[in-house]
Design a protein around this ligand. Sequence first.
Ligand code: MRU
Length: 369
Amino acid sequence: MKVDGKHFRSIWRERDGWSVGAIDQRRLPHEFIVAKLTSCEDAALAIRDMLVRGAPLIGATAAYGMALAMREDASDAGLKRAYDTLVVARPTAINLKWALDEMRASLAPIDALERAEAAYARADEIVEQDVEINRGIAGNGLKLIEAIVARKKPGETVNVLTHCNAGWLATVDWGTATAPIYLAHERGIKIHVWVDETRPRNQGASLTAWELGHHGVAHTVIPDNTGGHLMQHGMVDLAIVGTDRVAANGDVCNKIGTYLKALAAHDNNVPFYVALPSPTIDFAVDDGIRDIPIEQRSGTEVTDMTGRTADGRLETVRIVPEGSPVANYAFDVTPARLITGLITERGVLKPDRASLAAAFPERIAAAAE
Ligand SMILES: CSC[C@@H](O)[C@@H](O)C(=O)COP(=O)(O)O
């Protein structure tokens, strides 16, 4: 998508052909800085520190991390070491394991001398596949938006609520939740996005607002607790969120606070959609609430906030009394019964086992291996 009129992706192979460029998302919205990843450890750290984040981008970064590792040591032991280093970088987004399994499956059977080249080729494919999948989500989600337009008076705006950042910064390009929004915008549909700020790391306020603004999409940042009020007053036509892992039963794990938005949407008859690329489905997990691991992050994300001061300096301040304990659960699980539909590259599905299995039978086979 566009930044100041120029097209960007969140991650790419640099001109030298081997190092990897990625937008440092820890610095947005205040500074646009490109980081250079030159080793498997760089990639693992980038994921752990959330220089890159968002389920699909975590997967893409891990794929390149594996390629960087193969330049240094393409032996069987090197392959295993790279896999083991990267797979633990973050626990919740299943795209990480998916991408690493894909990489290992294509590299393990071939000669070590060929592995580095093959790893870059497979990582490039994973990256391109992400963009194609998101284009598919865009087209399928657009139909939902068009159906709302058809019910509105001419010229009325479609209001979408989203949580966290499931935008192009969380993927390679287009985003998942934002893909239908960007396509609707491109098609001239009047669309406006309510952007949940998404405490504690503020991915909505810092990242979603930044990318929508740079692409010219109308939006308003709201404190996390505002969505219910807006829904009660008819100010939200539909909610679209992303996800880090979808269980076989249709339960959806996403950024903390998603569940509360789904409850509010249910109570107010607001359609609540989840946009997901198929690598986010985990057929090995039967019950999302019971079995999806929920990342717990540092308490400093809750106690401290960073922002720009009036005189232009970036400063971190403490907002919680010294000594008060804090909890920082990064994700929650929304039960399938609260979800209107799953927007995938193969259509809008019911959030249940049968629909997921019918649309993605090859993923069930892979989970059984
Ligand atoms: C298309 S990204 C979907 C999710 O990964 C996104 O909504 C989210 O929860 C991101 O969490 P983050 O902790 O910023 O990696």
